[in-house]
Design a protein around this ligand. Structure first.
Ligand code: IPE
Ligand code: IPE
Ligand code: MG
Length: 249
């Protein structure tokens, strides 16, 4: 628990997950079911995201990671991609002061390739810099992120730094991931009734608990995060051993 956290009924404050990751899926279907444009669904996801962030602060989470744009999402129609680029810039500018005031440190996971508009890269860098000294929750935004790309980038970084084959270990690879100091997610929540990982945090999810909900992302609120944490707390994590304490590392 942190100073800003509060007790939530049915949740044991001594067993809060350190890190929760969300696949924010179903915006397009939410919109289509209402006769709206897919982009209206993305816009409606803003309230879901920031209510979830508030819920994470209520719980006193150390880390929250959200999947905002994958390395495969470039396959979408150009208008949707363009909307998402502008939208992400707008919500960062709109929310970063408030998040900074709440002690949130914001980071981005993903590739900075040339397809990401320069203005957005600038806003991402400014946001990281302005919140770097914060000691509350870390909000990771996975943007132009792919789990395979992250592993490939880690291998390339290891080779560039001259790590020899006999020094290639799990710990060495981890040190070359995008955010080496990040604990693995304890809990992953995916909305929209899809039961897949879609290239999210492939290395880091090795022993995460997975919770799926049929809700579309725009309908997701902090109560649903709390439900997922209650489900998480009812699980028995064994990490290949026989008891919950057989945690690796
Ligand atoms: C998630 O919603 C947001 C992004 C992938 C950017 P979708 O846009 O994937 O919505 P569905 O899955 O098509 O309903
Ligand atoms: C995963 O959702 C990516 C994000 C939520 C950003 P997708 O909608 O892209 O995944 P698939 O295509 O259903 O696997
Ligand atoms: Mg989707």
């Amino acid at each position: 628990m942190t100073s800003s956290s509060r007790p939530v009924p049915g949740i044991d404050p001594t067993r809060i997950p350190r890190h929760v990751a969300c696949v924010m899926d179903g915006n397009g279907r939410w919109a289509e079911e209402r006769g709206l444009r897919r982009t209206d669904g993305h816009a409606a996801g803003e309230e879901a995201l920031f209510d979830t962030v508030e819920g994470a602060l209520d719980l006193g989470l150390g880390w929250l990671t959200v999947y905002a744009f994958s390395t495969e999402n470039w396959k979408r129609p150009i208008d949707e991609v363009r909307f998402l680029m502008n939208f992400n810039e707008r919500i960062l500018v709109g929310h970063r002061d408030d998040l900074a005031a709440k002690g949130v440190r914001i980071r981005f996971l993903g590739r900075r390739d040339r397809r990401v508009p320069r203005r957005l890269v600038k806003v991402m860098d400014e946001t990281t810099a302005m919140t770097a000294g914060n000691r509350g929750m870390t909000l990771n935004i996975a943007f132009n992120y792919g789990g395979r790309a992250e592993i490939v980038d880690a291998v390339a970084a290891m080779m560039r730094s001259g790590v020899s084959a006999d020094k290639v270990t799990e710990a060495a690879l981890r040190r070359h991931l995008y955010t080496p100091d990040m604990p693995d997610p304890d809990l992953v929540v995916r909305t929209s009734g899809e039961y897949r990982i879609s290239n999210f945090l492939l290395w880091e999810l090795a022993y995460s608990e997975l919770v799926f909900t049929d809700l579309y992302w725009p309908d997701f609120r902090r109560e649903h995060l709390f439900d997922a944490v209650r489900e998480y707390q009812a699980r028995d994590r064994r990490f290949g051993g026989l008891r919950d304490i057989d945690r690796p590392g």
